[in-house]
Design a protein around this ligand. Structure first.
Ligand SMILES: [Zn+2]
Length: 401
């Protein structure tokens, strides 16, 4: 028989725990949120503004004190302070259709129903708590620790064929990690990098799919005569902090490919690319981005295509035709290039990585940017991975003699 005093104590305790506000923790890699308000069933946040570190759009937090299986609401509003001069970021950038949930940081699933935008521009996500504490984010996260795990996995699989390297140490002294697979003097040389804009986590997810494909049996013959240089995260500092990076002060990574870069990792990439070029020539340079909400999957091609030589034009045409055949899931890649016409001056175009590479390599180098959209529940880790595998197959077809 249960004594009445114990029953009383249990009732008081459960009533108290139901009324306790949900907790928020962001003390981990990539964690980023300011709590605006929190109650027992609703948390409202906005992305924390890291001054001078670009767009405040990425958010990633751990909610605690929930009842497993119970319903709660996450509300997301825009950061209201300017990120640069008088520029305040529009709410849409921090309000994907679905929020992404995980209990193990391996599997990330979108909320069952899309968020609902209120007339005050607050996005409300209804969530069934998978556990008392769980993580929730703008999209499937990819932080430096994921990068290290991915590179180590590739190294373990390929052994002597692969070499891990530190590209540089960031301004905050964090390592920027990379992997080289293949011989330094292999006839084909390829450079792939992601995350010059830290919030564009999907770029690294595409990179993960690419590297996993490249280390698979499907790529065995390609590995025999190719050397891949791969950097999963360029802007490590901002990816670590959960800052956006884009339009950082005075400039972001993809506007830093100048004679004197601000970021050590950009300077180191330039140096290595020039070494590859002078040793054997760089065949392909690919920069991975993940910028637009409703954008499809597409490539940015070169400015002034019509001024390129006939053989250069033929290479670019062949590349996009092969990509259209090979990148079909979860959405097909667009069969024509876009040009980043929003970048107005030649000087600024020259400070973008793809432009810098074109200017510092030869006519036989192909330099493109692969852009994936993010606002779709199909853009899961596996979905981005399909794009990466398709990119690998495009490369294999393109480099075939
Ligand atoms: Zn970008």
């Amino acid at each position: 028989m249960i004594r009445p005093s114990i029953v009383f104590a249990t009732l008081v305790l459960s009533a108290a725990s139901r009324l306790a506000a949900l907790t928020v923790n962001t003390e981990f890699e990539g964690g980023n949120a300011d709590v605006v308000s929190n109650t027992a069933d609703t948390v409202r946040i906005m992305p924390h503004l890291h001054e001078g570190r670009g767009w405040p759009c990425w958010w990633y937090l751990e909610i605690g004190g929930a009842e497993a299986g119970g319903e709660l609401t996450l509300e997301v509003q825009a950061q209201n302070k300017p990120f640069r001069e008088a520029m305040v970021l529009a709410n849409t950038w921090c309000q994907p259709k679905h929020a992404w949930i995980s209990t193990d940081e391996v599997t990330w699933t979108p909320t069952e129903t899309p968020g609902v935008l209120t007339s005050e521009k607050i996005m409300r996500y209804r969530i069934k708590a998978p556990a008392a504490s769980f993580r929730i984010a703008w999209g499937p996260p990819f932080t430096p620790k994921h990068a290290a795990a991915l590179l180590n996995e590739a190294k373990q699989k390929l052994g002597d064929q692969a070499e891990l390297f530190e590209l540089a140490r960031t301004r905050s002294d964090r390592p920027v990690q990379g992997i080289r697979i293949g011989a330094m003097d292999a006839p084909h040389q390829v450079w792939v990098q992601a995350r010059q804009h830290a919030w564009e986590a999907g770029g690294s997810q595409v990179g993960r799919g690419f590297l996993q494909w490249y280390t698979s049996d499907e790529a065995t013959s390609m590995r025999a005569n190719t050397c891949i240089h791969f950097i999963p995260i360029m802007d490590v500092d901002n990816a670590f902090l959960g800052a956006g990076g884009k339009e950082a002060i005075p400039r972001d990574h993809n506007r830093d490919w100048a004679t004197q870069p601000i970021y050590p990792e950009v300077a180191a990439a330039q140096k290595r690319i020039q070494e590859i070029q002078s040793r054997v020539g760089l065949d392909v340079f690919i920069d991975l981005h993940n910028p637009g909400a409703s954008d499809p999957i597409f490539f940015f091609g070169p400015f002034a295509f019509e001024r390129m030589s006939t053989s250069q034009q033929a290479n670019y045409n062949r590349w996009i035709a092969l990509a259209a055949q090979e990148i079909t899931k979860p959405h097909p890649v667009q069969p024509t290039y876009r040009t980043a016409s929003y970048v107005k001056t030649e000087e600024e175009r020259g400070r973008m990585s793809s432009g810098w590479v074109r200017a510092h390599t030869s006519d036989s180098t192909l330099s493109v940017t692969l852009e994936t959209g993010w606002n779709s529940p199909k853009m899961t880790i596996a979905g981005y991975g399909e794009v990466g595998a398709g990119l690998g197959r495009t490369l294999r077809a393109y480099l075939k003699p």
